[in-house]
Design a protein. Structure first.
Length: 280
């Protein structure tokens, strides 16, 4: 059973618990693992953002740097150049909140000034401690995601002896750090970071144990969409795995207590979530 929360952003609030929220992924990068840079073009990115709202997204998450395995960091100025104009255009055109997917404080600041309301930080403030001040000062919502290692070693981590316990403890520490810095508890959501510094078996264990993370008493965001750990569980072709493998994981996430799903395929996920919400 999911706890109910009101996730307070800088201007809006999202009710979570009775209905699963969908965060649509909009990668404005040339090297995304999932869409091959399809939305690197500004106009195509804006069009996709508008389409996501029509498909039932509750949030649009815009990222200007890929964090896929093997990716390299881009200069801060380039990340800003890619993401901020799209945020500025969409913020004036959609009614749903926009999130910036970044671990850099300066990029987050520019994005929030352009109209974003959420910072989605894969490092939970580890890569740039100035992010604490930015989130607090702009009264933004924040997603604290568990990951291990540096930006360069995210996907080259050893096995964990107790993945569920280690991830849960790390997220609890991140929440404590955020609250101690003056970020309101109601602005915080947590993400166990499926696929980040985790083997396929560890990702599955975490997905099956989401109820443990709900005990931290914050909304739980889960991102499994098109990730490689799904491919290791089936021998079917990649396209079918992307669609149906992801579908299986998002239903499992809802059944196990997720409040927010971060996905590429908004339309299908909205249907899956609506039906699953009735069954929970």
């Amino acid at each position: 059973m999911r706890h109910e929360h009101t996730w307070k952003l800088s201007r809006d609030a999202i009710q979570l618990g009775k209905r699963t929220a969908i965060m649509g992924i909009l990668n404005v990068t040339p090297d995304s693992f999932s869409d091959a840079g399809q939305y690197f073009d500004f106009e195509k990115a804006v069009a996709r953002g508008l389409e996501m709202e029509q498909e039932g997204a509750d949030i649009i998450d815009i990222g200007g740097e890929s964090s896929r395995p093997g990716s390299e960091a881009v200069p801060e100025e380039e990340e800003t150049r890619r993401a901020v104009p799209v945020i500025e255009r969409l913020a004036a055109a959609v009614k749903i909140p926009i999130s910036i997917d970044t671990y850099r404080a300066n990029v987050a600041r520019r994005a929030l000034e352009a109209g974003a309301q959420v910072v989605n930080d894969i490092s939970a403030f580890r890569f740039d401690e100035r992010m604490l001040e930015v989130v607090r000062d702009y009264r933004a919502g924040v997603v604290l995601m568990h990951s291990r290692g540096t930006r360069e070693t995210l996907h080259r981590q050893g096995r964990m002896s107790d993945p569920v316990g280690e991830v849960s403890g790390s997220l609890a520490h991140s929440v404590e750090q955020a609250v101690s810095a003056g970020i309101p508890p109601e602005a915080i959501a947590i993400d166990p970071g499926i696929g980040f510094g985790k083997t396929a078996e560890e990702s599955v264990a975490i997905l099956k144990s989401l109820h443990v993370f709900s005990k931290i008493r914050y909304p739980v965001l889960v991102g499994t969409s098109r990730k490689s750990f799904i491919r290791l569980m089936t021998s079917n072709n990649i396209q079918e795995v992307r669609i149906w493998g992801t579908a299986a994981t998002v239903v499992a996430a809802i059944m196990n207590g997720a409040h927010i799903l971060r996905v590429h395929d908004v339309r299908r996920t909205r249907v899956l979530a609506d039906v699953s919400d009735r069954l929970v």
